[in-house]
Design a protein around this ligand. Structure first.
Ligand SMILES: [Fe+2]
Length: 241
């Protein structure tokens, strides 16, 4: 379902490319991060383009915030994933597969953290769009069945974002046929816990500090009221639900 969020890069390695990169790694391995002279294939995860221009979410999220958040933070998670997963021999896996394979492994926490953050951010960019949208008829019924009203959903979503202690994420998910809002710490996400993610709001400080400083509640409310992409939420619903 989430294959379109992030996947293997278009430039899949070729035999010649592997030989070249293998030579390069072998040449630098002695001084490399992992001290290995063994050529390791990178998963070639590529950063998906922003679904809108960097200033498109203003005045709620500034161009400057997006420049740093997308251009520095998100990119770093992807670069780190390629490096760490390649060195760990996971270069043949997609991002989602890396995330699932390393979830819960004490030895592979750095790989999971970077892979999940790469995935979460790609999902987050798609969870927003310029201009407020509304849930379609199907989602409106599900929201009313699960929360009583859209207003109640927003209150619970807001509460998840504000009460997440430290860094993390607030989510709208489908769990056993019902909509729920939930929160996760740091890089964790509901996908590895068997839930279907529909929307997310990033509540790491790097996401709002330039625009809102410590006023996380204000940032979360602006996203809820003005930026959520309900078409994306509808597209994430499994068929037959
Ligand atoms: Fe972030």
């Amino acid at each position: 379902m989430y294959d379109s969020i992030l996947g293997k890069g278009m430039d899949r390695r070729t035999f010649v490319g592997a030989l070249i990169s293998g030579c390069a790694i072998a040449a630098t391995g002695m001084y490399g991060l992992y001290g290995s002279s063994t050529a390791q294939a990178s998963p070639d995860i590529t950063q998906p383009p922003l679904p809108y221009k960097e200033d498109a979410l203003e005045p709620f999220i500034s161009k400057r915030t997006i420049e740093f958040h997308y251009g520095k933070h998100h990119k770093a998670y992807i670069d780190n994933t390629n490096q760490l997963a390649g060195a760990a021999g996971l270069g043949n896996l997609s991002l989602e597969e890396i995330m699932k394979k390393t979830a819960g492994s004490a030895e592979q926490v750095p790989i999971f953290n970077n892979a999940a953050q790469a995935w979460n951010h790609a999902f987050y960019w798609k969870s927003m769009l310029p201009g407020a949208s509304k849930p379609n008829e199907r989602l409106t019924k599900m929201i009313n069945d699960s929360f009583g009203s859209h207003e109640n959903l927003n209150k619970e979503f807001q509460n998840m974002g504000v009460t997440q202690f430290g860094s993390g994420w607030a989510w709208l998910v489908l769990d056993q046929g019902k909509l729920k809002v939930t929160k996760t710490s740091n890089a964790d996400n509901p996908l590895v816990h068997g839930q279907v993610q529909l929307l997310t709001i990033d509540v790491w400080e790097h996401d709002y500090y330039l625009d809102y400083q410590n006023r996380r509640a204000e940032y979360v409310k602006e996203v809820l009221d003005n930026l959520l992409n309900w078409e994306f939420a509808a597209a994430n619903l499994p068929k037959g639900v």
